[in-house]
Design a protein around this ligand. Structure first.
Ligand code: PHB
Ligand code: FE
Length: 326
């Protein structure tokens, strides 16, 4: 077991929470905060924001590129191994030489992150839920919410609704319509397949499917065509991470509104604010980081190119950081 060292090192503090170590990083929590320490510095995050970020990093297996928990701490996915960093993408920390970065095998850091997420999430709190739809993260250790923090991520092999694949969401299988999507039509498309092709033609109502999502800021793969992944999601409040892209991604705003703050990936310098309204399409370049703000529950289609070759092509200048020349 690769996680033995880090889990052996844990002790339970006066608030009932285990302390975790990853290399020279130490992670502790108290009633309100996560405290992160490394040899040249330390950092404090509100525990609700920390757990929401940690939940995404765990559920998305470190995602594409950089997952900044905030403007100091985060991870960089090298697909097999992962950097854990503090201040490495913050110009002030770098100038003051307070930054610190360590690389770990993905399984090793994942085991510790999973244990931390489970141990630090109390019975009342669901890090994936909208603020109005969950209890509080605060206080001394009070139970656990393992079912919520170990939700299975939807990753269709072909498309949602295809026989043998990801099921459609219904009241019966535990996915009622979200309070903010009560007006979304629940009709399904009619399929008239030629005899013999009944199992090869599929269609579903994506708006109805999304109206029944019980999580926020959690792109799920609903259709796959080679490396082209449709990853729609429902959003409310703030994207709990600041995502540093290692490839271009496209956004299609399907309903309501999201404001995006776009910064330079390495320094955090402001690059743009983008307000997306229904029908708007945007491409996020590969050299930025971004965080979204959704004033009410909204539907967003994130379109990813999942090719494992892309980060290297961009890093070596063989592919551009932007999607298209006009
Ligand atoms: C993104 O980083 O592009 C992203 C992540 C989660 C979402 C939406 C967008 O829910
Ligand atoms: Fe992104």
């Amino acid at each position: 077991m690769t996680d033995t060292a880090s889990l052996d090192a844990m002790r339970v503090n006066e608030h009932g929470y285990p302390v975790f170590r990853l290399g020279e990083f130490t992670f502790g929590r108290d009633e309100y905060f996560a405290h992160i320490e490394w040899p040249t510095g330390n950092h404090t995050m509100s525990i609700d924001a920390f757990l929401r970020a940690l939940q995404r990093d765990v559920a998305w297996n470190f995602f594409y590129g950089t997952v900044n928990f905030d403007d100091v701490v985060g991870t960089v996915n090298h697909y097999g191994n992962v950097d854990l960093f503090a201040g490495s993408f913050n110009e002030s920390y770098r100038k003051a030489e307070l930054d610190h970065l360590e690389n770990f095998p993905s399984d090793f850091i994942m085991d510790t992150f999973k244990a931390m997420l489970d141990a630090w999430t109390n019975a009342d709190f669901d890090p994936f839920a909208a603020p109005e739809e969950t209890g509080s993260a605060w206080g001394d250790k009070a139970g656990s919410n393992t079912d919520a923090v170990t939700r299975r991520r939807v990753t269709a092999q072909r498309m949602v609704g295809v026989p043998g694949g990801e099921e459609l969401r219904t009241d019966e299988n535990g996915f009622p319509i979200n309070r903010q999507f009560a007006d979304v039509a629940q009709t399904q498309p009619e399929i008239h397949a030629e005899p013999g092709f009944e199992n090869e033609v599929a269609a579903f109502n994506l708006f109805a499917y999304l109206s029944r999502s019980n999580v926020t800021w959690n792109p799920s793969v609903v259709s796959v065509c080679k490396d082209s992944l449709y990853c729609p999601t429902t959003e409310e409040y703030i994207l709990p991470i600041i995502h540093g892209n290692d490839r271009v991604e496209w956004f299609v705003q399907l309903s309501d509104q999201i404001e995006w703050v776009v910064e330079d990936k390495n320094t955090g310098a402001m690059r743009a604010r983008v307000t997306m309204k229904p029908g708007d399409v945007a491409a996020m370049p590969a050299d930025i980081r971004h965080q979204g703000y959704a004033p009410k529950r909204s539907m967003l289609l994130v379109w990813e190119n999942g090719s494992p070759a892309i980060p290297e092509l961009i890093a070596t200048g063989k592919a551009p950081t932007y999607p298209i020349d006009f």
